[in-house]
Design a protein around this ligand. Structure first.
Ligand SMILES: Nc1ncnc2c1ncn2[C@@H]1O[C@H](COP(=O)(O)OP(=O)(O)OP(=O)(O)O)[C@@H](O)[C@H]1O
Length: 230
């Protein structure tokens, strides 16, 4: 058996975090199983993005523990968490988060280049990744020359270029039309079909949420309801 297939991709135990006096997340526990796609839904401000940032190691929550791909995130320093994210985790945040004055090709190649990848090979891989998201024509453009939907698709290409074991996506289809949204979701959800892979999708979009295996609905920083969808 592949040893990575048995690793639980993500476990949160009693995770809480406050930016101000009102907690953004109160006490959230959840587990994502190998092969699973989990949609995190709920009204604006209920804590979805905070949950995603904590789960992906972008934010160390004030209380509780996160185990990501078998690693307890509290035991890793910032550099170790960054390395784990870069090598094994794909992250698509709201608004794409591309580097503004880099071409799309270099933006998408960045995770490989930061890991010591050879420049020409990394750019070739980036062009192939841009091709899969329908942006083969835009490799030499910079993000401000693109539409919101194109930026989002490039962010998806960048998140998938390292063949991550888990993907976290925050509203990945918010600025896409229905056809492009379906394409992007298919690509992201493909990660869960890899051995031991998993996907966590924050979304307001009912169609996107309905593609998940399980929906976790938050309210006021807590899990309000969990529904098994398939
Ligand atoms: N950096 C921050 N500083 C202060 N408060 C914050 C910060 N980020 C989030 N919050 C607050 O924490 C709460 C949860 O925010 P969060 O972004 O996690 O919710 P959300 O469910 O993702 O919202 P949306 O659907 O609108 O993106 C909100 O009340 C928000 O105003």
């Amino acid at each position: 058996m592949n040893p990575t297939a048995a690793t639980t991709p993500l476990t949160l135990r009693g995770v809480g975090h406050s930016y101000t006096r009102t907690p953004a997340l109160r006490h959230v526990s959840l587990q994502v199983e190998p092969g699973e796609v989990v949609a995190v839904t709920g009204p604006s401000g209920c804590g979805k993005s905070t949950l995603l940032h904590a789960a992906a190691g972008l934010l160390l929550p004030q209380t509780g523990d996160v185990t990501l791909l078998g690693r307890d995130l509290r035991t890793l320093d910032e550099a170790q968490r960054a390395l784990l994210r870069r090598r094994e985790v794909g992250i698509v945040l709201q608004y794409g988060q591309l580097v503004p004055d880099m071409t799309l090709e270099d933006n998408v190649a960045l995770p490989l280049l930061l890991d010591g990848g050879e420049v020409a090979a990394s750019r070739t891989a980036a062009r192939a990744a841009l091709d899969t998201v329908g942006l083969e024509h835009a490799g030499l453009a910079v993000p401000q020359e693109l539409s919101g939907g194109e930026v989002q698709r490039a962010a998806v290409a960048r998140a998938l270029i390292t063949a991550p074991r888990i993907v976290f996506a925050d509203e990945p289809v918010a600025s896409l039309d229905a056809v492009a949204a379906q394409d992007v979701l298919d690509m992201l959800l493909g990660v869960a079909r890899r051995d031991g892979g998993a996907v966590v999708l924050v979304t307001h979009d009912n169609t996107a949420a309905a593609m998940a295996d399980r929906e976790i609905r938050l309210r006021d920083g807590n899990v309000d309801r969990e529904s098994v969808l398939r």
